[in-house]
Design a protein around this ligand. Sequence first.
Ligand SMILES: C[S@@+](CC[C@H](N)C(=O)[O-])C[C@H]1O[C@@H](n2cnc3c(N)ncnc32)[C@H](O)[C@@H]1O
Ligand code: SF4
Length: 367
Amino acid sequence: MSLNKIPLSLYVHLPWCEIQCPYCDFSITTDPVNGNDAKLAEAIIKDISQSKDLIAGRKFKTVYFGGGTPSLASTESIKHILDSIKNRFLSKETEITLEMNPSNVSEGRIDELLIAGINRISLGIQSYNNQELQALGRNHDKESAIQATQALQGINSTIDLIYGIEKQTPKSFTANLDRVIQSNINHLSLYQLTIEPNTIYYKKELELPNEEEIEKIELIAEDLLEKNGYKQYEVSSWSKPGYESQHNMNYWQFGDFLGVGPGSHSKISNEEEIIRFRKIKPLEGYIQNQRSTDLKKISDNDLDMDLAMNLLRIKNGLQPQDITIKLPASFLKKYQKGIDEGLLLEDRIGTTQKGYRFLNETIQLFF
Ligand SMILES: C[S@@+](CC[C@H](N)C(=O)[O-])C[C@H]1O[C@@H](n2cnc3c(N)ncnc32)[C@H](O)[C@@H]1O
Ligand code: SF4
């Protein structure tokens, strides 16, 4: 087996959720955990050990437990997975993140997780406003959101907020952002609410903020976050210097990732080809058999678009050595057209201010 030098991340999907949020289209189950987390951990460990050829001698640059609600799984099952890869696949520098929901957070639980090997927490707050939380159908309130945020003091962590929620105003959004800033969190993901097909929200009449209000909210975010030492480094990501998400950066720099757990996606490269595949979604089926499905080689034509959709999300561009593959001639030809139109940068791979403002149009150059 040859040693593959492309950076590799591990994504572990833990699908447990207490409720189905009406806007969410992630692969989840609301079946009670009831000890099934131990069975799922065994299946995940088996899946990783069956993926030796795909890992090809690499250590994981990052590990990310996402969901679902990974904090509903027991600390033992998370520790079991980490212990099984510790010696062979992890190093002291590996960023190891776990997503938590406010209703499962306490200082005691965080301590347990840190001892188990987690070194970064991602907390799904979404909003600190009771009206907005109700509009989102969340099962936590303002009080538990504040308490969970306080429990993160001094911990390497990130918070998720959603904007563009029903009943949200620029004023209520500003209050949400102020809470994050006051809590001194070093990273924030700020997502505009998207209405996904196959969700309850898709079938419902919603009174969402209009375009003008959304623009106001985005300007407030830029202004307040920049004034308080956060830098936007990607479309939805803001951080204090040095706290950028290594896991997400690996996706955007076109690194490899191995996804384990039901419904998880992978992208693996070798000298000849780049392949994408996924694991089956039903939990029981995955516990029985961790086989891959929908295996697809990325064609030369799709590769340009795939590269653009990832690389151009990074706000200040990338040096060629930060990109994990040699950029194809067809990509560079389309890139030149973007330079000529004032949308793309000449001295590195990235967008101009105009190109970033109209990112969807810029990416279309690579179709
Ligand atoms: C897969 S969710 C898991 C996080 C965690 N279970 C929670 O609910 O807080 C990851 C993040 O995606 C974002 N998200 C999910 N659905 C979204 C949507 N329809 N529009 C915008 N953001 C969304 C939320 O901010 C959420 O924290
Ligand atoms: S938003 Fe989070 S808690 Fe809600 S259904 Fe999706 S993954 Fe589960």
